[in-house]
Design a binder for this molecule. Structure first.
Ligand code: NAP
Ligand code: ZN
Length: 347
């Protein structure tokens, strides 16, 4: 077994502390990765604090991982020592069901081995994520990272990037489409950059007036503070597509009303409590409400290649690992510009 150092929480109420643990020796199809950077996703906070229920402890979160290949198993074909690589939200799946065969492994019908707070395919070994020095992953679940982009800024693409890219593509966002992005956080700011790059007319719907200049700098065409309902009046029946990235309680019906005929609101935020829907807000204008979960390996690679070509990365604040708690507190307050990324050399 390999000895690995990480940071873990032992219970939903405890703080992060150093945690030594073991990972498997790389098998024939595995890649051993030295982790350089790991983004802090709001999902890490939800799970570390057991806001969705069922959390497994001790927990080493982190699913926005970039690093370098240190060793490869005898059968590994796609990677060699020294390559820059990424690992996202899952590290294995059954590979045989319809979803796996259709490159949508995140919906594996048998078992998804999420990168942390989950179990390997043996259904007994807990998975530990990217707040750690090394990770061992089957090469089919490892992504290629272009060497022209700064790696700390690439890390958030592995979750925030693919989570926003996938629904934008699925609903054919492009020139002539009016897009609203609710919440300018980690996901939201990637949604803005990607939707702008695809040629859409992009509006940020934010609770924080202080983020206006940033939104425009990121390429958004319009910025609306949602706290005052008056600001939304002129936007009713306006959008073709709205991406909702909000992590907490909010009124969906307000946003449904902003959709034009057959417009769609895609929910990617995962608040811990149910949200109320008045059916009339969907019935009017034949509006649609959909969800989306990260993306498969093929689409994640497509997104990384697209970002390399268009020079798109995340805006990040790089922190030493000892500051995870502070980064969590600031993210919860909406005070994130726009993704915290842990520099693993500080471990
Ligand atoms: P984040 O960085 O904290 O951004 C969320 C933003 O939402 C905040 O910055 C804030 O922006 C806005 N907001 C407005 N009202 C809020 C409220 N009541 N509570 C919290 N935020 C509020 O979070 P993130 O990492 O982008 O993740 C957003 C959500 O997506 C989380 O629930 C996360 O678990 C989920 N997620 C889902 C997927 C998926 O595949 N579906 C993948 C990753 C994450 P303003 O200041 O602009 O209002
Ligand atoms: Zn995430």
């Amino acid at each position: 077994m390999l000895q690995v150092r990480g940071y873990a929480v032992k219970t939903a109420a405890s703080s992060f502390e150093p945690f030594d643990f073991e990972r498997r020796e790389p098998g024939a199809h595995d890649v051993l990765i030295e982790i350089l950077y790991c983004g802090i996703c709001h999902s890490d906070i939800h799970q570390a604090r057991d806001e969705w229920g069922g959390s497994i402890y001790p927990m080493v979160p982190g699913h926005e991982i970039v690093g370098r290949v240190k060793r490869t198993g005898a059968e590994v074909k796609k990677f060699k020592v020294g390559d820059a690589v990424g690992v996202g939200c899952f590290v294995d799946s059954c590979r045989a069901c319809h979803s796996c065969k259709e490159n949508e492994e995140q919906f594996c019908e048998k078992h998804v081995a999420f990168t942390y707070n989950s179990l390997e395919n043996d259904l007994s070994t807990p998975t530990y994520g990217g707040y750690s020095s090394h990770i061992v992953v089957d090469e089919n679940y490892v992504l290629n990272v272009a060497s022209n982009l700064p790696l700390a800024n690439v890390a958030p693409l592995l979750c925030a990037g693919i989570t926003t890219y996938s629904p934008l593509r699925r609903f054919k966002v492009g020139p002539g489409k009016r897009v609203g992005i609710i919440g300018l956080g980690g996901l939201g700011h990637m949604g803005v950059k990607l939707a702008v790059s695809m040629g859409a007319d992009v509006t940020v719907l934010s609770t924080s007036k202080s983020k206006e200049q940033d939104a425009l700098r990121l390429g958004a065409h319009h910025f609306v503070v949602t706290k005052d309902p008056k600001n939304l009046e002129s936007l009713s029946n306006h959008f073709d597509f709205i991406l909702d990235t909000v992590a907490g309680d909010h009124d969906l019906n307000v946003y449904f009303n902003l959709l034009r005929r057959e417009g769609v609101l895609v929910m990617v935020g995962i608040p811990e409590k149910p949200l109320t829907i008045f059916p009339i807000s969907l019935i009017k204008n034949r509006r649609m409400f959909a969800g989306s979960l990260i993306g498969g390996i093929k689409e994640t690679q497509e997104m990384l290649d697209y970002c390399a070509e268009k020079n798109i990365t995340s805006e990040v604040e790089v922190i030493p690992i000892q500051q995870i708690e502070n980064a969590y507190d600031r993210t919860i307050r909406g005070d994130v510009r726009y993704r915290f990324v842990i520099d693993m050399s500080t471990l």
